[in-house]
Unconditional design. Structure first.
Length: 154
């Protein structure tokens, strides 16, 4: 007597085969890297302590600074016209939306001084351990005048 396969046994075998194939594909594709979603945007204004503000700056040498500085850094700020030191030990954070722009952590009482020199500043990367915090230079660059006296007046 010949035994024929019934529909029930064919369907049961097909179901077991599909389940095994699904398990195999699930395990084989779990190692494939999927496109990572961008990190959530963090509002940096919450990082400024009381009495300080984050002042956006774009130094004249931003391309060179971008090449060597990570997300945060400590810099000395110079006036690009006079090469005068404005502030030493200033903390910078790179802007999330525009990597050419940096946010400087500036005390509120020194904000007007930063606004005056902002369009023409040069930033120099410093070792954060070598600076003793943010130090604004208050003295203005005075011009030296030399007076020469002639020897014939003796």
């Amino acid at each position: 007597m010949k035994k024929y396969l019934t529909w029930k046994s064919v369907l049961a075998g097909l179901a077991i085969l599909l389940i095994a194939l699904g398990v195999y594909l699930d395990h084989s594709t779990s190692g494939i890297a999927t496109e990572a979603s961008p990190p959530p945007s963090i509002s940096l204004d919450h990082l400024a302590p009381k009495g300080h503000s984050l002042f956006p700056i774009k130094p004249l040498n931003y391309e060179a600074l971008s090449g060597v500085m990570g997300v945060m850094g400590t810099v000395a700020i110079y006036d690009g016209d006079t090469s005068r030191l404005i502030v030493d030990g200033l903390k910078l954070v790179r802007s999330q939306k525009n990597p050419e722009t940096f946010l400087a952590l500036v005390p509120d009482q020194k904000m007007s001084q930063m606004i005056q020199v902002a369009p023409k500043i040069i930033a120099v990367l410093k070792n954060p351990k070598a600076t003793g915090g943010t130090n604004f230079v208050n003295k203005k660059h005075s011009s030296r005048r030399s007076i020469f006296y002639g020897l014939d007046s003796l």
